[in-house]
Design a binder for this molecule. Structure first.
Ligand code: SF4
Length: 200
């Protein structure tokens, strides 16, 4: 069998498969070996944070307009199909982890749930000199990206707001529907008072 000889040490394909894991991890190899192509789209989203901010604004108001539809169908019943679309769309653009409490508009369109430490309020102290992650050296730090994306956005200063801890009971739920329901509930008293003052 073909192998590379070096003294009494020989490396073959079979040998490589059977050898024990080395304690040495080359600095350029990611521990979890995330796919570079995942970053590519994610980084595109950060570079186009302003464009996505505009699109999201329009999309959010469309969703709010559809509130009577969600109410008629039932938010609970709408959850399945909306979540299906949300997972795929945000998964493609942001590598979304469906935390259910989206803060992309406060993080320069860089999803903080991609941070291996799941930090939601800025980077840890381990960011590398090249702006990459301490834990995953191949991956640009999501918080360095978040800052860069936020500088491109009109509402980018929202990155300075302190985020509450993640509520894990909301995982795997639709953030789109939750935000819509909250916005609809917030505007209902205002609409009621408008109707009240319009009455003779
Ligand atoms: S913040 Fe949560 S909902 Fe938003 S993209 Fe990241 S994982 Fe998905």
């Amino acid at each position: 069998m073909a192998g590379i000889g070096f003294g009494n040490w020989s490396l073959t394909a079979a040998g490589r498969a059977n050898r024990p894991p080395s304690p040495y991890q080359p600095s350029h190899v990611s521990v979890t070996r995330r796919l570079r192509k995942t970053y590519t789209i994610r980084l595109w989203s950060v570079r186009h944070a302003r464009f996505l901010e505009i699109v999201y604004g329009k999309f959010a108001s469309l969703f709010l307009h559809l509130h009577p539809v969600w109410k008629a169908v039932g938010y609970k019943r709408a959850e399945g199909p909306v979540k299906f679309v949300e997972r795929r769309a945000k998964g493609l653009l942001f590598d979304c982890r469906m935390c259910g409490q989206c803060i992309l508009s406060s993080t320069g369109m860089s999803c903080p749930m991609n941070c291996p430490k799941r930090l939601r309020n800025g980077p840890c102290g381990g960011v590398r000199a090249n702006g990459h992650c301490e834990v995953e050296p191949d991956m640009p730090c999501v918080w360095v990206q978040a800052w860069e994306g936020s500088r491109r956005m009109q509402g980018g200063d929202a990155i300075l707001n302190v985020q509450p801890p993640v509520d894990h009971s909301l995982r795997e739920t639709s953030a789109w529907l939750r935000v819509t329901a909250q916005a609809a509930a917030a505007r209902e008293p205002a609409l009621d008072s408008q109707k009240g003052s319009a009455r003779p």
